[in-house]
Design a protein around this ligand. Structure first.
Ligand SMILES: [Zn+2]
Length: 393
C-alpha cells in the first residue's frame, strides 16, 4: 500500500520561561544577522557555502553555544536572504535584509519534547535546561508522531515552541472520488453514486459580522493602542471561528468520502474559473482561507487512508458535465447547456466536473452516470439536492 507523510505544526506555550532564554534569543539574533550580512555581501545562497565560510569564526566567538545553533542559524539566514533576493527582483525589497524577529530555529539535537510529562529539554550554553509548557488537549493526538524541526518564538503573549510533527500513513488506491466544490457560503459534494450533498456553511455571515464589528471599532475609537488591540482581538476570534468551522466541515466531508477512498479538490494554485472567481473569491483573504480549509481536509483524509487529488479548476462551472458543451446562465445560480439541454445549479455543476476530472486523471474515461443525462432535459434543482444540511453540525 502506498504511504504518504502528514506534517502538522503544534504550538506549546511555555510556563515562566527562564531568564537565560532572553540571552539565548539575543545571541541567536546577533548570529543570524551576522550570517545574513555575510550572505548579502558575498551573494551566498547555498547553506553549505555559508556554513563553510563562517563556521570557524563563529565557533571561536560563541564557543559555549551548542554547535547545532550555528547550523540552524545558517539555515534561517540562507532562507531569509533567498526570499529577500526574490522580493528584490520583483522590486518589493530595497537595501539589505535584516532579521528582526525573536525566533530560534531548533533541530532534533537541540531539544527533546516529552508530551507525557509536559516538558521540553533544551540545550543551551549553560547545559540542558527544563522548560515546562501548558498542556492543550489537541497535543494528545501527536503522541507517537515523529518530532521534526521546531521554532522558539517570543511574542507579547509569551514564549512558544512551534513543533513540526510528522506521521507516515497508508493511503489506499481510491475506488471512486467525491468531488468537493468549496464556495464562500456552501460546500457541495458530488458523490460517485450520482447524489449531491450540499452543506450550507454560513461562512459569509460570520465574515460579514466581523467586518461590521471592525468597522464600528474603527469609527468609534480613533487610533491608539486600544483600537489596535480590539482589532487584533476580533481578528483572532474570526480566525478561530472559521478554523473551528473548517474542522467540522472537513470531518463531515471525510466521513462521506471514506467508503470511496478518494476526494477531489480544485487546485487553487491555478487560476479558477473567472466567473466564479470574480463573484465569490475576491480578496486574498478568501484565497488564503480556501487553501487553509483544503489543507485541513487533506490531512484529515490522509489520517483515514483517503486519497486526495487536486484537479485543474479552469471552467469547472462553465462546461457541461454531460456533453462538454458551454453552459449559459439561466436564472439565479442555474446554468443551462445550449448543446444538450442539461440544466443544474452551478454548485452541482462545479462539484460534478471536479469529480469527473479526478476520474479522468485516474484513467477512467466515461463515467457511467453520465449516460442517462445525454437524453437531455435533465434538471437538478436546488430541491433535488440529496441532502440539504441546514448547518454543518
Ligand atoms: Zn451539455
Amino acid at each position: 500500500m502506498p504511504s504518504e507523510t502528514i506534517k502538522l505544526t503544534a504550538k506549546f506555550k511555555l510556563k515562566e520561561p527562564p531568564k537565560g532564554l532572553d540571552e539565548l534569543f539575543q545571541t541567536y539574533w546577533e548570529i543570524v544577522n551576522y550570517l545574513i550580512t555575510h550572505a548579502f555581501e558575498n551573494n551566498v545562497t547555498s547553506f553549505y557555502r555559508l556554513k563553510k565560510e563562517t563556521y570557524k569564526g563563529l565557533r571561536k566567538e560563541y564557543h559555549e553555544l551548542p554547535s547545532h545553533y550555528l547550523y540552524t542559524a545558517c539555515q534561517m539566514a540562507t532562507s531569509i536572504f533567498k526570499s529577500f533576493r526574490k522580493r528584490r527582483k520583483k522590486g518589493k525589497a530595497k537595501g539589505k535584509p535584516v532579521f528582526k524577529k525573536e525566533v530560534i530555529m531548533l533541530d532534533d539535537h537541540l531539544f527533546k519534547l516529552d508530551l507525557g510529562k509536559g516538558v521540553i529539554k533544551l540545550s543551551t550554553p549553560k547545559g540542558r535546561i527544563l522548560l515546562e509548557f501548558y498542556p492543550a488537549s489537541y497535543h494528545e493526538k501527536f503522541k507517537g508522531w515523529k518530532v521534526g524541526q521546531a521554532w522558539l518564538v517570543k511574542t507579547p503573549k509569551g514564549v512558544f515552541l512551534n513543533v513540526v510533527f510528522s506521521k507516515e500513513v497508508e493511503v489506499s488506491e481510491p475506488e471512486a472520488f467525491v468531488g468537493v466544490d468549496l464556495n464562500e457560503n456552501n460546500v457541495t459534494l458530488s458523490l460517485p453514486n450520482g447524489e449531491f450533498v450540499q452543506i450550507i456553511t454560513h461562512e459569509r455571515e460570520i465574515r460579514t459580522g466581523y467586518f461590521v464589528k471592525r468597522r464600528k471599532i474603527q469609527r468609534k475609537i480613533r487610533g491608539g493602542k486600544r483600537r489596535k488591540e480590539l482589532l487584533e482581538k476580533y481578528g483572532q476570534r474570526e480566525r478561530n471561528r472559521l478554523n473551528d468551522l473548517y474542522h467540522k466541515l472537513a470531518n463531515k466531508i471525510v466521513e462521506l468520502a471514506e467508503k470511496y477512498g478518494g476526494i477531489a479538490l480544485e487546485d487553487l494554485t491555478k487560476i479558477r474559473d473567472s466567473i466564479r472567481y470574480s463573484a465569490e473569491m475576491n480578496g486574498r483573504l478568501h484565497r488564503w482561507s480556501f487553501r487553509k480549509f483544503q489543507s485541513i481536509i487533506e490531512y484529515k483524509a490522509k489520517l483515514r487512508g483517503v486519497r486526495v487529488v487536486f484537479v485543474n479548476p479552469a471552467f469547472t462551472s462553465s462546461l457541461c458535465p454531460v456533453c462538454g458543451g458551454k453552459l449559459s446562465p439561466n436564472g439565479h445560480r442555474v446554468l443551462k447547456c445550449l448543446n444538450c439541454g442539461f440544466e443544474a445549479d452551478r454548485d452541482v455543476v462545479g462539484s460534478w466536473n471536479i469529480r469527473l476530472r479526478a476520474l479522468k486523471m485516474w484513467g477512467v474515461t466515461v463515467p457511467p452516470e453520465s449516460q442517462p443525462m445525454k437524453m437531455g432535459g435533465w434538471k437538478v434543482s436546488r430541491n433535488d439536492v440529496y441532502a440539504l444540511y441546514k448547518s454543518y453540525g
